[in-house]
Write a protein that binds this ligand. Sequence first.
Ligand SMILES: C[S@@+](CC[C@H](N)C(=O)[O-])C[C@H]1O[C@@H](n2cnc3c(N)ncnc32)[C@H](O)[C@@H]1O
Length: 203
Amino acid sequence: MTQSFWDQRYDTPGYLYGVEPSAFLVTQRHRLARGMDVLAVADGEGRNGVWLADQGMTVHAVDGSAVALRKALRLAQDRGVSLRTTHADLAVWDWPRAAYDAVVCVFLHLPPDIRPAVHQAMARAVRPGGVLIQEAFHPAQLCYGTGGPPVASMLYDQATLRADYEGLLALDLLEDGEVSLDNGDGHRGVGHTIRLVGGRPPV
Ligand SMILES: C[S@@+](CC[C@H](N)C(=O)[O-])C[C@H]1O[C@@H](n2cnc3c(N)ncnc32)[C@H](O)[C@@H]1O
């Protein structure tokens, strides 16, 4: 999907995925602490990055849509928190290495030609001892029609994520299943997601 696709989707007065954080991310709050440096990958309109900033973390949000990032900055301003943003295509971004205590990635779906390299860059961006938290749609989501790309190759099962992070992350959680989604008009209803938490081994 091109970034003009995303710019057009986000070019509305409201927030396509709402302004509340991912329910899964909220369940992982115990792994995060005030003062942590966090990279919010494909953060879109900022619902997750702004929530993390509101929890006292220093957040760097990166996304390919300039329209979304403008809305993310507006949401941060409305909430009285600061957010650093970078507009970049994740496939060619000069990824920082070992720079963040946590990397958070919610509902980023990439085609198989770029997905493994981006996932590996995400893992390498985590400092030793830090954590990567990811949520995405599973191929079973195709039966629900409540969000996500309608293309099986851009949806992730456990074997795919396990292979992508092999040798980079010690997986603490890898599960998929049915969930209730309430993320604005973009994702609403019952869906099937995959959820991963992996630690970057200390050196
Ligand atoms: C479904 S939205 C999720 C946004 C946000 N994480 C959320 O949960 O509200 C997917 C996001 O991925 C971004 N994205 C997709 N492919 C990208 C790429 N190659 N580089 C940068 N961003 C990309 C889009 O711009 C979009 O904001």
